[in-house]
Design a protein around this ligand. Structure first.
Ligand SMILES: [Ca+2]
Length: 389
């Protein structure tokens, strides 16, 4: 009798396991999928935009057809990417899927007419988009790169890291406005067909962002989220948008990662244009950093590397509390081909501070460079920290 009972219990358990497993698969493909835009009819493209002055989007029998222009240097414009913006809402159709609190994947299919395998970068866009102009990439996540095979359909599935979606004060929902797709440079005009923009949802809670930093650490770039939350400033000129990447191969201490920055060539010297693009370690990254209780002779330090060829030479550090800049440093210089440490004492940083804007209250750190012409320049930053005397 006992044996029979155990057998039945086992049988029931096995049945349950099978049923649950099957259910989960069905849920994933059906109930958890939201079709945002089929990208098939001409009206589906009403809300879709090419970003910047090159490339075009039309419909084809395979879906939305993006033609990537082979010569991106037309009409005096210097752009290295053709980009498409796919919003997750459509006012006219009264559709709004921008609440990403439960969204775990963004997916679409791509058919490439390129002869070779190419890569496609997909970013999430967190702010409203000026459709005539560029997406403000300082309000985008870092790209996920997908390999697209030639002459076949490729499924692109962007894995949403919900804990990294910037929060708006007083708004409980996590909002993502759309997806920004960067196409590769091509030798001849090339068509890419896109269809079935869709989202997959989950019941799992949003993972907690473990943004703890070590004692004295401001930003080591060792954790993935530290690069993801680094922002850029480019004076609303897409040509100046710095490219940032998490770099594990080149670090100042052989640990973790650094931030690789590619500063883009512009159209005039900064002394003429007044433009100083840069990278920003902002509120989100500094939220868990405690700047208090450091004496005047403590030092804010970070490490800088610029390659011998194509490295940047001159940079500037500035510190803010909100929109108030209380420290605007003189230029500091890279030593080509070697890591150097840049440091400032708290006393230096506080030389022009006020009660409201001072080192203790720092919530934005900018590293900027003067706009330049010619070719792009590279540098690496690592281990922003405060060192007690
Ligand atoms: Ca590091």
């Amino acid at each position: 009798m006992k044996k029979t009972l155990i057998f039945f219990i086992t049988l029931i358990t096995v049945f349950c396991a099978c049923a649950c497993g099957k259910n989960e698969t069905e849920v994933r493909t059906d109930e958890r999928m939201i079709s945002v835009n089929a990208l098939s009819a001409p009206s589906d493209l009403d809300s879709v935009r090419m970003i910047g002055p090159v490339g075009k989007v039309t419909t084809s029998d395979k879906g939305a057809c993006v033609t990537v222009t082979s010569d991106p240097y037309k009409a005096g414009f210097k752009l290295d990417t053709t980009a498409l913006y796919l919003p997750f809402s459509d006012e006219r159709a009264e559709k709004d899927y921008t609440d990403f609190t439960n969204t775990e994947f963004v997916a679409f299919d791509v058919f490439s007419e390129s002869d070779e395998t190419v890569s496609l970068d997909v970013r999430l866009v967190f702010s409203d988009v000026d459709l005539g102009q560029a997406v403000n990439r300082s309000k985008c996540g870092l790209p996920q790169t997908f390999e697209i095979k030639p002459n076949s359909w490729n499924r692109v599935a962007y894995s949403v890291k919900r804990e990294l979606i910037p929060k708006t004060e007083g708004v409980p929902a996590l909002t993502v406005k759309g997806a920004y797709i960067e196409f590769p440079a091509v030798e001849n005009d090339t068509d890419f067909h896109l269809k079935d923009l869709r989202l997959y949802t989950t019941d799992k809670p949003v993972p907690a962002l473990s943004s703890a930093v070590k004692s004295g650490e401001i930003c080591s770039f060792d954790s993935y989220w530290q690069t993801e939350l680094t922002r850029v400033d480019y004076y609303w000129d897409t040509r100046l948008i710095p490219q940032i990447r998490r770099e594990t191969g080149i670090t100042s201490d052989g640990i973790g990662a650094s931030l690789k920055v590619t500063a883009k060539a512009g159209t005039a010297a900064g002394s003429v244009s007044g433009r100083y693009p840069g990278i920003l370690i902002g509120e989100e990254l500094l939220a868990s950093v405690d700047f208090s209780d450091y004496p005047d002779d403590a030092k804010l330090c970070f490490d800088l590397f610029a390659p011998k060829n194509g490295g940047i030479d001159r940079l500037f550090l500035s510190l803010y509390v909100g929109s108030t800049r209380f420290f605007n440093g003189k230029a500091f210089y890279a030593v080509p081909g070697q890591w150097t440490t840049v440091s400032y004492t708290v006393a230096e940083l506080n030389a022009a501070a006020t009660d409201d804007a001072n080192f203790e209250k720092t919530n934005r750190i900018f590293v900027r460079w003067s706009e330049f012409t010619g070719t792009d320049k590279v540098f690496y930053l690592d281990n922003f920290r405060v060192v007690a005397p």
